[in-house]
Write a protein that binds this ligand. Structure first.
Ligand code: LLP
Length: 431
């Protein structure tokens, strides 16, 4: 089978004609927990963490994993144990992160719309920094600090107005986007922040978007961010960290050219900091990778329920749907598909639409995808499903939430059960 659209992975490969995750046959997992199911490779996560850690070895740094990519407690605990921190966007994500063992001083909180009670919860937990993105939010943070009677560590998240050159839905650093403070606005509030007895300005932050295909926009944004940091320091801020956001890319398989390695993104960060005079030993670099840590560590395992011809189209109807992986429906995202039984290298490829059982035409995993012949009952692995899969799941059409399995070498462990029928109406009141 042509490998053009399937990213190479040491963690998901064929052995003796069957797809394995590390040392465990995916078919045996499907037999044990049924499908659809998410399967994660622990070693893939460890390796991804190591490569980003290495890329930033030139300076003190904190990798604050973007919990929104995948908040499964076992994955979080694994990352926390390696010294990783967490980037959260809600009190719920904070509770997850704390439960999984992230120390509060390794947690940063970004987000355009934090509720007062979420700010209170974060303040009470003693997290590392609240990233403020709005002047009205600053008022709320200040009043919470005043009420608590102690200053709160904050970051200012700026919007550097840099084109991340990525999908418009995941670009966040442009002037028209809802995220961050425009630099002139951020500069205008610095004196007020520094004068306030309730606020400690410790961090400046930005996040220009996800899936940065080139380190160039990152370098550009960080130089702008570094200049803003210099502006704050010149006015008396004692900055402790510069948070450069996420965006470290992963390969889904459709890329025409491979993305540069993590080391190149690390270099871009270093160059941006150097150019702005902010590569200083007393200033820690924080970064917030999400998908680069967990995305390619996960597959969504699914079984073919039926096949059919309709008009000119060949449909492969699988038991996974937009409820488990909404990315194709939402962004037209590409996810590589690998049959669990290794296809013949010379097998003919047929173009098919791989669709789920949900009652929406938008419920598809792949359209016009060349695949070797797939039959009813076959198992498929949808690659790149470790990030923004389970986290964006829904129970639409009253579908249960799928189980999750974590593999370590030759061992596999269930890290979330499939939800039972009671989860379908949990919290509802039959009046
Ligand atoms: N930091 C902040 C402030 C963010 O908003 C995000 C992602 C990240 C870090 C992590 O980005 P990553 O390294 O994973 O690219 N649902 C979309 C992605 C939305 C990302 C939102 N923010 C998807 O499935 O592609």
């Amino acid at each position: 089978m042509s490998n053009v659209h399937i990213p190479e992975s040491p963690w998901f490969s064929y052995r003796d004609g069957a797809l394995v995750c590390e040392g465990v046959a995916l078919e045996s997992i499907a037999n044990e927990v049924d499908t659809p199911a998410f399967v994660y490779s622990g070693a893939a996560i460890d390796e991804a963490y190591r490569s980003i850690d290495e890329a930033l070895a030139f300076a003190p740094h904190l990798i604050a994993y973007a919990v929104k990519a995948n908040g499964n407690l076992s994955l979080l605990a694994r990352l926390a144990a390696q010294g990783c921190g967490a980037d959260i966007v809600s009190a719920g994500e904070m509770q997850r992160a704390l439960k999984a063992g992230f120390p509060p001083d390794r947690i940063v909180y970004s987000g355009v719309g934090k509720r007062r009670e979420e700010i209170v919860a974060a303040a009470n937990a003693g997290i590392r920094a609240l990233h403020v993105e709005n002047i009205q939010e600053l008022d709320v943070v200040e009043s919470v600090a005043e009420e608590l009677g102690r200053p709160l560590a904050i970051g200012l998240r700026v919007n550097p107005d840099v084109d991340a050159e990525t999908h418009p839905y995941i670009a966040t650093g442009l002037r028209e986007s809802k995220f961050g403070l425009a630099i002139p606005v951020a500069e205008s509030i610095v004196p007020r922040v520094l004068e306030s007895p309730h606020l400690d300005l410790e961090v400046v932050a930005c996040h220009i978007g996800s899936q940065l295909s080139s380190p160039r926009p990152l370098r550009e944004a960080i130089e702008i961010l570094g200049n803003f940091a210099g502006h704050c320091i010149d006015r008396g801020a004692r900055l402790r960290a510069i948070d450069v956001g996420g965006g470290w890319p992963m390969h889904y398989g459709q890329e025409v050219d491979a993305y540069p390695p993590a080391a190149r993104f690390g270099e871009a960060i270093r160059e941006g900091l150097e150019a702005s005079g902010m590569l200083r030993p007393e200033i820690e670099i924080i970064t917030e990778p999400g998908r680069a840590l967990v995305g390619d560590a996960g597959v969504l395992l699914t079984r073919v329920l039926y096949t059919k011809m309709q008009g000119d189209r060949r449909f492969v109807i699988v038991d996974a749907a937009m409820t488990e992986l909404i990315r194709p429906a939402l962004y037209g995202a590409y996810h590589a598909i690998m049959p669990i039984a290794e296809p013949d290298p010379g097998a003919d490829l047929v173009s098919v639409d791989v669709v789920g059982p949900v009652c929406e035409s938008g419920d598809f995993v792949a359209k016009d995808r060349p695949l070797p012949e797939v039959k009813q009952g076959d198992l498929l692995a949808i690659r790149g499903a470790g990030a923004y899969g389970r986290e964006m799941q829904s129970m639409y059409n009253a579908r249960p939430l799928p189980p999750e399995v974590l593999v370590d070498g030759s061992r596999s462990r269930l890290v979330r059960r499939r939800s039972g029928p009671e989860a379908l109406w949990q919290g509802e009141i039959l009046a």
